[in-house]
Structure formats: structure tokens, C-alpha cells
Design a protein around this ligand. Structure first.
Ligand code: TRP
Length: 472
């Protein structure tokens, strides 16, 4: 029997859930280290440019497509044109790829909550080695990842309003409070000014084609765009909600958390003379180091920080799971519980490989591609798939959907105003696809291993095209 399709309970609940999806590891773990390795504020300016042009228009587009069809990614595309089913299928596949490494990092954050208060910070000189030893241990990260996944699975299994929405309504405001506590401590450290200068005084000498792709990829990743996630969330939205407005709120919240995370982290990094370009370990090494130098409050602040990180990650990975689960419910007519079980099993298998690829399997990269599972999933989604997904959506909006239908959807049948409609429409139709294509192509060309990665990417697209034939 078919289950009745759910709705978000309230506007606040939807915004918290959508912002909860957007705000995640992308903001607190990834954004600071990307900014750190790409020259600080120059990267941030390019990033903000991507977010408020391409990001905002694609977010609005995803909400419109989702709510209009009332279906998740695959069904939403298919309901307009059968030829476009592959774009939805590609989204679901990208969802699996992100789900294949996201909970690994979520597990690290969970572990660091407990490590913070159980002696990690006692010996500052050992913090760096402790991280390396932890993530390469064959068993420990898997146990924490398992714990983190159980929380995910419970929330998604409970459904939209009493699972995802409820969790987000509690966890998102808590996240802001926790970040503020850390910021107050960080910016009052002696020497914090250098960190703020790094964030806000642009140095364009480090900007290359790769910087633009990194910024664009990060914008898609951080805003949860390009794989049908916001299509799916939009599909549970009631018809009286103001879509452009909600998109602007979610984009602003996401950006504010990324900047707040930067303000929490960099002053402390500079105050203690640490390396801002430390890479993916930045949050897990530099931040505990900072707290290790703070005496008695250190473990408590550290616990708060990693709780914030875990909470942010949780409301995001829930949305990844939901994309696939919603597809199975809508298109395959499965019961929610069964859909969650099937999706979780695949997710767990992928994550085990991703986690082990950083330890016992580190010397056995995937043949031909030359990278481990963790890096492969990360690079493919962030650098290739999300951008392609965004590009396809923009073309779909501009050249497949009817302009009149979009206008009706975005103005709630003419009952509310969307003054920037023409601007949004023309930008999404003509400018966004061109910009995305230029940035993606120039960035991919400058990557090493590009041939193998591109072949692999094309392979997945072909598979999704073949797979989508089943729906015709
Ligand atoms: N936006 C999340 C983050 O910043 C990650 C995420 C959740 C995501 N759902 C997504 C990324 C869908 C791309 C697409 O951590």
C-alpha cells in the first residue's frame, strides 16, 4: 500500500531542515581548510561570489522544481520530461557517493567529542600524531562511524516532520549558540588579529583556475545543491510558502555559519602560531591544539566544538539519506523503513571502504584511478558531479520547463511578488550554465589524474543513462 506523502509541519521547521542540510561538515570542516589552503580571503571573496549568484539561483530553482512536482529528484525530472530522468538518477548516484565518505568524518567528530574530555588535550605535542593514528586505525573509526550512522538512521526512519524536522529544529539553534561560545574565546586571544586579517584582507596572488573550481565546488557542496537534495526537500513544502524568500534565508544561514566557523578557527590558529594551510586535518589537529593550551576550560570548549561539528554533520547526512530514501518511496513504492534499511546497507559498505582507505588500505589505491575510496568519492562529487548536476538543472529550467509554470510556482499562482523573476530566469537560463561549464572545464583540466577521473565520471553518467531507461 502506498504511504501518504508527508509535509513539513511549519515554515520554521522547513527552514531549519533545509539549513540543517546545507550547514554541515562543508561549513565547519571543509570551508576553513579550503580557505586556509587557497590563500584565505581571496578564496572567500570568490566563494561568496559563487554562492550569491549561481548558488542562490540554483537553490531557488531546486525548490521550484521540487514543490511543483511534489516528487523527489528522479520523479521531479521525469514528470516534466522522460528524457531527463537521467539527471535525477545522476543526482541519486551522487547522493550515494557523498554518503560514502560523509559519515566517516561524522564519526571522527563523534569520537572527538569524547576524546576532548578523556585526555586528548593533556599532551599538546601528541595531538597531531593522535589524529593520524586514529583515522588510520582499522577498528576505532569504524566503531564511531557506526554510532554516528545509527543516529542518522533513526532520524530518517522517523520520517519528515517527526524525524528530520524535529531534529533540525532543536539542533540548528544549538549549533549557533555553540559557535558563538567558541568565537568569544577565540577572538579575545592575544594575537587573534592576524587570523582576522587572513580572513578579511584579500591576497589575490594565490588565485588560479583551480581556486575557482574549488570555490564553485564548495558552494554546491555547502549549499547541498546539484544532486536533487533541495528538490526533495522542496517537494515536502506546502503551496503557500514563499520559495525565493526561503532560498535566500537558507543561503544566508549557510554562508553565515561558514564565516562564523572561520572566525572561530583562524584567530586561534594564528594566536598559537599554527599552519592555516594544514588541510583536512585542520579542524581535528589545530583546534584541539588550541584548546590544549587553554587550561581547565579547554576540554569543555573542545567538547562543545566537536558537538557542534557532529550536530551540523548529522542534519546534513540525514538529508543525503533522505534523497535516496525519498526516491525509493516515490518511484519504487517502498515503505519508508525498508527504503532506509536498503540505503543504509549500501552506505555502510561504501563508508567502510572509505574509512579503511585512510588506514590499512592506504597503500592499495583503486587500480587505474590511483586514489583511495575516500578521496575518490570526495573528488568526484565536489569537483565533478555536483557541478554537472547544477548545470543540468539550469538547462532544464531554461530550456525544458515552461517559463509560465516557473513563474506560477515562484509566485504561488500570482498571489505573492517575486520582483527579480526575470533576472533570476535569464541568469539561470543563459549565464549560470556557461559560468559553471567554464569553471568546471578549466578546473578539471588543471587536475592531476584528470583522464582517469573523467573516464570514471563519464562511466557513471552512462550507467545512470542506461539505468534511467528502466523508467520509461
Ligand atoms: N551541505 C552539506 C555540508 O555542507 C553536505 C550535503 C548534504 C550535501 N546534502 C547534500 C552536499 C547534497 C551536496 C548535495 O556539509
Amino acid at each position: 500500500m502506498e504511504e501518504k506523502r508527508e509535509n513539513w509541519g511549519s515554515k520554521f521547521g522547513f527552514i531549519m531542515a533545509a539549513a540543517g542540510s546545507a550547514v554541515g561538515l562543508g561549513n565547519i570542516w571543509r570551508f576553513p581548510y579550503l580557505a586556509g589552503t587557497n590563500g584565505g580571503s581571496a578564496f572567500i571573496i570568490i566563494y561568496l561570489g559563487c554562492v550569491f549568484t549561481i548558488g542562490l539561483s540554483i537553490m531557488t530553482a531546486e525548490f521550484a522544481v521540487g514543490r511543483k512536482s511534489g516528487l523527489s529528484a528522479v520523479g521531479a525530472y521525469m514528470s516534466v520530461s522522460k528524457n531527463w530522468t537521467f539527471a535525477g538518477v545522476l543526482g541519486v548516484l551522487s547522493g550515494f557517493l557523498i554518503m560514502g565518505f560523509y559519515p566517516v568524518v561524522g564519526g571522527w567528530a563523534t569520537a572527538y567529542m569524547f576524546k576532548s574530555v578523556t585526555g586528548l588535550l593533556k599532551d599538546a605535542s601528541a595531538v597531531g600524531d593522535a589524529f593520524g593514528a586514529f583515522i588510520s586505525n582499522p577498528v576505532q573509526p569504524l566503531i564511531w562511524m557506526g554510532l554516528y550512522m545509527v543516529l542518522n538512521i533513526i532520524i530518517v526512519a522517523r520520517g519528515i516532520s517527526s524525524g528530520i524536522e524535529l531534529a533540525s529544529k532543536v539542533l540548528m539553534p544549538a549549533l549557533y549558540v555553540m559557535l558563538f561560545i567558541i568565537i568569544v574565546r577565540s577572538v579575545t586571544l592575544p594575537g587573534a588579529g592576524a587570523g582576522l586579517a587572513f580572513l578579511f584582507k584579500p591576497d589575490f596572488s594565490m588565485v588560479t583556475g583551480k581556486t575557482f573550481l574549488a570555490a564553485l565546488g564548495q558552494a554546491f557542496f555547502s549549499l547541498s545543491l546539484g544532486m536533487g537534495c533541495m528538490i526533495t526537500y522542496g517537494s515536502y513544502l506546502k503551496k503557500d510558502q514563499n520559495l525565493p524568500n526561503n532560498a535566500a534565508i537558507v543561503v544566508s544561514m549557510d554562508t553565515s555559519v561558514a564565516l562564523l566557523a572561520g572566525i572561530a578557527i583562524f584567530p586561534a590558529v594564528f594566536a598559537f602560531g599554527l599552519d592555516p594551510g594544514a588541510g583536512p586535518g585542520l579542524v581535528f589537529v589545530s583546534v584541539p591544539l588550541v584548546f590544549a593550551h587553554m587550561g581547565a576550560v579547554g576540554p569543555i570548549l573542545s567538547f562543545i566544538f566537536f558537538t557542534a561539528l557532529m550536530v551540523a554533520a548529522l542534519t546534513s547526512s540525514v538529508s543525503l539519506l533522505e534523497v535516496v530514501v525519498a526516491y525509493l518511496i516515490d518511484q519504487r513504492k517502498m515503505k519508508r523503513v525498508n527504503a532506509v534499511i536498503i540505503t543504509s546497507v549500501i552506505m555502510i559498505i561504501m563508508c567502510v571502504f572509505a574509512s579503511l582507505s585512510l588506514g590499512v588500505m592506504a597503500d592499495k589505491p583503486i587500480p587505474i584511478l590511483g586514489v583511495g575510496a575516500f578521496d575518490l568519492f570526495d573528488i568526484l562529487t565536489d569537483k565533478i558531479f555536483l557541478a554537472i548536476g547544477g548545470l543540468l538543472l539550469a538547462v532544464f529550467i531554461g530550456f525544458v520547463m515552461k517559463k509560465e509554470d516557473l513563474k506560477k510556482e515562484l509566485t504561488n499562482e500570482g498571489t505573492i511578488k517575486f520582483g527579480a523573476f526575470e533576472l533570476w530566469y535569464n541568469f539561470t537560463k543563459f549565464v549560470a550554465p556557461v559560468l559553471i561549464a567554464i569553471i568546471a572545464i578549466s578546473g578539471i583540466i588543471s587536475m592531476k589524474d584528470k583522464v582517469a577521473l573523467m573516464l570514471f565520471g563519464v562511466g557513471i553518467i552512462v550507467v545512470s543513462a542506461l539505468f534511467s531507461k528502466k523508467f520509461k
